[in-house]
Design a binder for this molecule. Structure first.
Ligand SMILES: Cc1cc2nc3c(=O)[nH]c(=O)nc-3n(C[C@H](O)[C@H](O)[C@H](O)COP(=O)(O)OP(=O)(O)OC[C@H]3O[C@@H](n4cnc5c(N)ncnc54)[C@H](O)[C@@H]3O)c2cc1C
Length: 379
């Protein structure tokens, strides 16, 4: 049957294409018959991914810029520090889509279809994928499409607007990225800026909020203008690219797998609830899937103790942020003031052990707020 595949990947975004790239790197898997379906042709630069990692990653060739030095700013604390052996990296969405698709083009066993997936089912150890015109079948479907709304399970959203700006004068130091600048108004809730300079006269400046409601586009623009002019002291600039995004900050229990369906990416719970960072969690998950496939094992494991522990911390932090018991500026100021940056990144990666967790959590202000958040969660 023509519509039968070894693997089907539904959704050719970050998770789907990361998995494809990893499958194609493995001699024992690279000639499997693979179908990739997405309703978009992935020809737009619809997002940029920032993440930190040690050494070189699978997508090193398309890293647009990287920084070993970060800075943190708030009314309470200001610091610039090295994050070595980590490096903070930026990849443009369009470079990523092109890179993986060009790589896959050398494999005649990989087929791409541009179509809307209507539903997926696991039936008798087989996965069935339905589009309006065709039913596809495979041993496993690796799915990154969210088929149901999760809107009612979360209140807090991470919403942001970024501009890539070009300036007349050389104003940036492209060796230091501003990871978080909380010196912007916190009047309407948690808000901060990123400044990621690519050269002396080009940078991505992004305004981010963690609040229940998104703003009007004009409001983001006003914040960006104000910051670029008042804080960065730049009056002469042009905007070459705009990015807008909303990431749900939710501890919703995404199903990782269901029979022949393996959920990946945001749909598989790979977005960290309290930070929105997903790229590296996707890399870890897709790597694990490929390792299990190589060993002929079921390609998904349950949530381990470490994952459950960090999901719990995320729930507490979201509750604190949502009820404004502590504003994020204070939490992050204490975090950066009292801990080594490398330990903070390891903690945000869900990789610290319990001893370091306790060290980090006890460095945060007003433990009472955390205790009241805990009470609320258990209540
Ligand atoms: C603007 C933006 C910037 C972000 N920046 C960062 C960052 O800097 N660092 C970080 O770690 N995370 C970031 N994130 C969060 C996260 O990394 C991304 O959302 C990431 O793309 C998630 O990967 P994914 O594969 O789960 O989803 P996606 O990349 O969104 O892929 C899902 C795919 O499914 C397709 N699809 C959806 N419905 C259907 C359907 N019915 N039929 C067929 N195809 C369908 C879509 O077209 C899409 O290609 C950002 C998110 C956004 C929105």
């Amino acid at each position: 049957m023509n519509n039968e595949y070894d693997y089907i990947i539904t959704g050719a975004g970050c998770a789907g294409l990361s998995l494809l790239m990893r499958l194609l790197q493995q001699p024992s898997l690279q000639y499997k018959k693979i179908l990739v379906i997405d309703n978009s042709a992935k020809t737009k630069n619809d997002r940029t991914w920032c993440f930190w990692e040690k050494g070189k990653g699978l997508f090193e060739d398309i890293v647009y810029h990287q920084w070993q030095q970060l800075s943190f700013q708030s009314q309470q604390y200001h610091s610039s520090f090295s994050i070595l052996p980590y490096t903070y990296k930026l990849i443009k969405g369009i470079d990523f889509y092109k890179y993986v698709m060009e790589y896959a083009a050398a494999f005649p066993n990989v087929h791409f279809v541009t179509n809307k997936v209507l539903s997926i089912h696991s039936v008798n150890n087989k996965a069935l994928v339905f589009t309006a015109t065709t039913i596809y079948q495979s041993t496993f479907v690796f799915n990154s499409i969210l088929f149901h709304s999760i809107e009612d399970t979360f209140k807090l959203k991470q919403h942001f607007k970024g501009w890539i700006i070009k300036t007349e004068k050389n104003v940036f130091d492209n060796t230091v990225a501003t990871f978080m600048d909380f010196t912007v108004s916190q009047h309407n809730g948690t808000a901060f800026m990123y400044v990621l300079p690519f050269s002396a006269n080009e940078a991505l400046v992004e305004f981010t909020m963690f609040t229940d409601a998104v703003l009007e586009q004009n409001d983001y623009d006003a914040e960006l203008y104000k910051y670029i002019q008042d804080k960065l002291g730049i009056t002469d600039f042009s905007v070459s690219h705009t990015e807008f995004g909303i990431i749900p900050m939710t501890t919703y229990n995404f199903k990782k797998h269901d029979g022949a369906i393996i959920n990946i990416g945001t749909a598989g719970g790979d977005t960290k609830a309290s930070s929105g960072y997903t790229f590296q969690f996707i890399q870890k998950r897709t790597n694990e899937i490929v390792e299990l496939l190589i060993q002929n094992k079921y390609p998904s494991s349950g949530r381990g103790w470490q994952q459950r522990k960090f999901a719990f911390y995320d729930t507490v932090l979201l509750s604190v942020l949502h009820h404004n018991k502590l504003i994020a500026a204070k939490i992050f100021s204490q975090l950066f003031k009292k801990n080594k940056p490398q330990k903070i990144l390891q903690f945000l990666d869900n990789e610290t052990d319990i001893v370091n967790d306790i060290r980090i959590i006890s460095s945060l202000p007003s433990k009472l707020s955390f205790i009241s958040a805990l009470k609320e969660i258990f209540h």
